[in-house]
Design a protein around this ligand. Structure first.
Ligand SMILES: Nc1ncnc2c1ncn2[C@@H]1O[C@H](COP(=O)(O)OP(=O)(O)OP(=O)(O)O)[C@@H](O)[C@H]1O
Ligand SMILES: [Mg+2]
Length: 265
């Protein structure tokens, strides 16, 4: 049985269909990618999975249990954790303080910063930002702030971790180390579903990919299968989105010459 199953989920915002009868599964202990062009509905899918967005139709199952009507809090309690595309850390607290607060919330402790510093520091070490522990969270580089989000999510010991564009702002070496961390987390039994635009990262760490385009799942498969999929190449490469007279249309940026890169390791 898969850990997560999205069944025929649709989300409409007024006249916009952000997610259109999407179905996909995520196996336990894997790193799975949810990819697709800007506006494809990826973040909206995450919001449906975490309970922030009520779907217009369809169901969400976690370990075979229907959680479609469950609150955000109950889902978190059942082990769904996430990071946000927009950064959400407490800017006036230190990097360490932000992780301590996450531990406190997870532990159900009243009052802030009760979790011991060394517990937070171990997580900061793990995600590779220990050197920033004493800095204010609003003063660190974007990449560091993203890794802080991952550390805060990990403090809650999620079974299923949803990452929304975690690598933006990371340099090449940081991205490589981050990919390694994801592989380790999966090997320890955590399940990761990642929205990510860095195709090198996606292709090298994900065992399975689901591709969204205009809210629909247009392909599901291994990175190799997805790389060779004509529909995916058409949806993904050489197009840009432009707003024109209130309508979203796709135009060619330049001739389609790029290829989805081969797996890095
Ligand atoms: N709260 C909302 N109200 C109205 N429309 C929305 C809302 N949230 C998202 N949308 C629209 O739904 C569609 C899907 O948006 P979504 O943010 O899920 O895409 P995405 O795949 O995460 O894109 P990106 O790669 O740019 O983050 C877009 O057309 C977006 O404008
Ligand atoms: Mg998004």
């Amino acid at each position: 049985m898969s850990l997560l199953r999205i069944d025929d989920v649709t989300v409409q915002f007024g006249g916009i269909t952000a997610v259109d009868h999407a179905s996909f599964e995520v196996e336990a202990g894997t790193v799975t990618g949810l990819i697709g062009p800007n506006g494809a509905g990826k973040t909206t899918c995450f919001n449906v999975i975490t309970g922030l967005q009520k779907p217009t139709g369809g169901r969400v199952h976690l370990q075979g249990k229907d959680i479609t009507r469950m609150s955000v809090h109950s889902r978190a309690h059942r082990g769904i954790g996430r990071t946000f595309q927009r950064l959400e850390a407490f800017g006036s607290l230190t990097v360490r303080g932000n992780v301590q607060v996450a531990f406190d919330i997870h532990d159900g402790v009243r009052g802030l910063l009760r979790a011991p510093a060394h517990r937070a520091d171990a997580l900061l070490e793990r995600v590779g930002i220990a050197e920033y522990a004493d800095e204010r969270a609003d003063a660190v580089p974007t990449g560091t702030a993203r890794l802080l989000e991952v550390a805060r999510a990990l403090a809650c010991e999620p079974r299923l971790l949803l990452l929304d564009e975690p690598s933006s702002g990371l340099d090449e070496a940081e991205t490589e180390a981050f990919g390694q961390l994801l592989i380790e987390l999966a090997a320890e039994g955590r399940t990761i579903l990642m929205v990510e635009h860095d195709m090198d990262l996606v292709m090298s760490v994900c065992g399975m990919l689901h591709v969204l385009d205009f809210g629909s799942v247009i392909a599901s498969g291994t990175p190799n299968a997805i790389r060779g999929d004509a529909k995916v190449q058409k949806a993904y490469l050489g197009y840009s989105e432009t707003e024109h007279a209130g309508e979203t249309t796709r135009e060619f940026d330049e001739p389609v010459t790029a290829e989805i890169p081969a797996a890095g390791r």
